[in-house]
Design a protein. Structure first.
Length: 206
């Protein structure tokens, strides 16, 4: 349950709403939590004080707030959550941006979300071609307590395809020709391709 606002706080909320100062409104809601500086806190602030906001705002203004939050998340490369915001508001222009960024950064999960939202923006053939030829080159590796790992969403899509080992091998070859220095990623790809010589090669280099 949100805490009760003081008269002064409610007046300030009302002013920001009436003047349509959407950025300031998000910041103010976050400040009310005494905790600022991240999109999570902006979201928490809006959620906490939603009952004081939504009843006085138009649907269009609420969408603007959600879009602002999506833009903030996109700037932090949180493409998955940003895409969720833009799907919620139906912001086709920003969804197209997310699709292009997801191609650059290898965010296959984002592509799938956008394909589900509107299949006409990326055909099945385009998606399949990207998985085969680009996904392993562009996706980032992650790290947890057990060590480094390849993007699980990318691996799931590759596992559906024939000739998986060749896909991994071709990715290694292209990365090498391109002068890529990410030896950890090379080692992970070599393991996935089950190429023992390549595994030993990159282990020695690391």
């Amino acid at each position: 349950m949100p805490r009760i606002l003081t008269a002064g706080e409610q007046d300030e909320l009302d002013r920001l709403i009436s003047e349509k100062k959407h950025y300031e409104l998000m910041s103010f809601c976050s400040i009310l939590l005494d905790d600022t500086g991240s999109t999570e806190n902006l979201k928490k602030g809006l959620t906490t004080f939603a009952s004081y906001i939504k009843k006085d705002m138009s649907e269009q203004d609420i969408k603007k707030l959600i879009d602002i939050l999506g833009n903030a998340e996109a700037m932090l490369l949180k493409f998955e959550s940003a895409t969720d915001r833009f799907i919620e508001t139906g912001n086709g222009s920003r969804l197209h941006d997310m699709l292009e960024l997801s191609k650059i950064y290898g965010r296959v999960g984002v592509m799938k979300k956008i394909k589900e939202y509107d299949p006409t923006w990326m055909s099945d053939d385009e998606f399949l071609s990207y998985i085969k030829e680009e996904s392993l080159l562009r996706s980032l590796i992650g790290k947890d307590n057990e060590g480094f790992y390849l993007d699980g969403t990318v691996l799931e899509e590759i596992e559906k395809l024939p000739g998986q080992k060749k896909i991994f091998h071709d990715a290694i070859e292209r990365l090498e020709k391109g002068g890529n220095r990410n030896l950890t990623k090379m080692l992970l790809l070599a393991k996935a391709s089950d190429d023992k010589k390549a595994v030993e090669k990159y282990r020695k280099k690391i």
